[in-house]
Design a protein around this ligand. Structure first.
Ligand code: AMP
Length: 411
């Protein structure tokens, strides 16, 4: 089915063609016509499914069907995301797909100076892509007018709740017009998400897309059992022996990410760490260096990696398994995208076997275990409990500390 049949007009079809997409992905096929019929939508779709285009394209289409208000553009569409990286990536998509349309879009997040944002807002924008905290800073300074918003999208809503953004979201909702179309995307559906959707969506259409990357045979998953102390050595060995040029490595903690990146550098493997304690500039630079091949290894925590969108990323390594099983799915979804093959490997020590069991239960399959020669775990080592991150939320998830109260200036 070509994109044309979904009801998108020429400027969008041209932009899609430039991207080289030959046909819509399942989530696009389902969501685009429903969104164009102006219904609210509750969508279960993860990164890697093409969800961003799935909501960006119909949003642009709808905006283009209505004459803009006379004079300076007013904010008509608002997209909220949990992280700066995701906001930046969504903004990139909006620009890309909206290339042949006259709309102005703008990304708003914390960690960077607010004044340039104020200047840009003053000139007028049609579409805002924002993280909730900084957007509210603008609301309280009266530097943004959201009274004309008729299109609201919450992207990765589950993450936003996990990161403690619920009150911020409520505050934003309270100042938006009641008559609007709302779309909510979430990879998981907890009770909290259900409560939120009941409140903000009007008889929504449900769009549920299979977790492409789990069922997809394009991602090979493997577990390498190894002792904790030897993980770094094994990782260096795998990178060197496989001559990997671009590998995304996940650690559980920010400190662990820094330490691992330093150690890899000492092993002669160029590496950078990306996490919430780094400045936005440092994060942007690390990502750019990784994308252009200046650094071979990007070590990331789960939160920082959200929204990292790299086509053809061939290798993802779980240096440590996540204690939230859904995060495993998000992590491996970074590879095997858009028709390319990918490999997701996990270095698992005896302490993590419980995490592994929860992951296998979630994905409903056993992951192949393969001991690398020379790295067999010492059977005499007993499992030790892994310290969970502080401040776990009500759903038992760890609350990422980049949303700690003291981080106001970095939102
Ligand atoms: P997303 O799930 O939005 O993060 O998108 C995942 C990747 O799929 C992005 O790199 C998009 O550029 C790509 N993509 C989106 N739609 C299509 C499509 N119809 N055909 C091929 N690739 C696509």
């Amino acid at each position: 089915m070509p994109f044309k049949q979904l009801g998108l007009s020429e400027p969008l079809l041209r932009a899609i063609k430039e991207q080289g997409y030959s046909e819509p992905t399942p989530v696009q096929k389902e969501a685009i016509p429903i969104i164009l019929s102006k219904r609210d939508v509750l969508a279960g779709a993860q990164t890697g499914t093409g969800k961003t285009a799935g909501f960006t394209l119909p949003m642009l289409e709808l905006l283009s069907r209505h004459k803009p208000h006379a004079g300076k553009p007013a904010v008509r569409a608002l997209i909220l995301t949990p992280t700066r990286e995701l906001a930046a990536q969504v903004a990139e998509s909006v620009q890309l797909y909206g290339k042949f349309l006259p709309f102005k879009s703008m990304v708003i997040f914390g960690g960077v100076k607010i004044n340039p944002q104020i200047v840009a807002l003053r000139k007028g924008v049609d579409i805002i892509i924002a993280t909730p905290g900084r957007l509210l800073d603008h609301v309280s300074q009266k530097t943004v007018d959201l009274s004309k918003v008729d299109f609201l999208i919450l992207d990765e809503a589950d993450r936003m709740l996990d990161m403690g953004f619920i009150n911020d979201i409520r505050k934003v909702l309270a100042i938006l017009p009641q008559t609007r179309q709302t779309l909510l995307f979430s990879a998981t559906f907890s009770d909290e998400i259900k409560k939120l959707t009941d409140k903000i969506l009007k008889s929504p259409a449900l769009v549920e897309v299979a977790q492409r990357n789990i069922s997809s045979s394009q991602v090979t998953q493997v577990i390498h059992p190894v002792d904790k102390e030897r993980k770094r050595e094994l990782l260096s060995h795998l990178i060197s022996k496989g001559d990997w040029k671009q590998v995304l490595v996940f650690t559980r903690t920010k400190h662990g990410a820094n330490r691992l990146a330093d150690q890899l550098e000492k092993d002669g493997i160029s590496a950078a760490a990306i996490h919430g304690n780094k400045s936005q500039n440092a994060r942007t630079k690390a990502l750019a260096d990784f994308k252009d091949g200046t650094v071979r290894v990007l070590v990331a925590t789960d939160i920082a990696a959200r929204g990292i969108d790299i086509d053809q990323l061939p290798h993802v390594v779980n240096y440590e398994l996540p204690n939230v099983p859904e995060d495993y799915v998000h992590r491996i979804g970074r590879t095997g995208r858009a028709g390319h093959n990918g490999e997701a490997m996990s270095l698992v020590c005896v302490d993590e076997l419980e995490f592994l069991a929860s992951i296998e239960k979630l994905i409903k399959k056993d992951i192949h275990k393969f001991v690398i020669k020379g790295f067999a775990p010492d059977p005499s080592i007993k499992a030790e409990p892994i310290q969970k991150k502080r401040g776990g939320g009500s759903n038992g998830r760890a609350r990422p500390s980049n949303r700690a109260p003291a981080s106001k200036g970095r939102r």
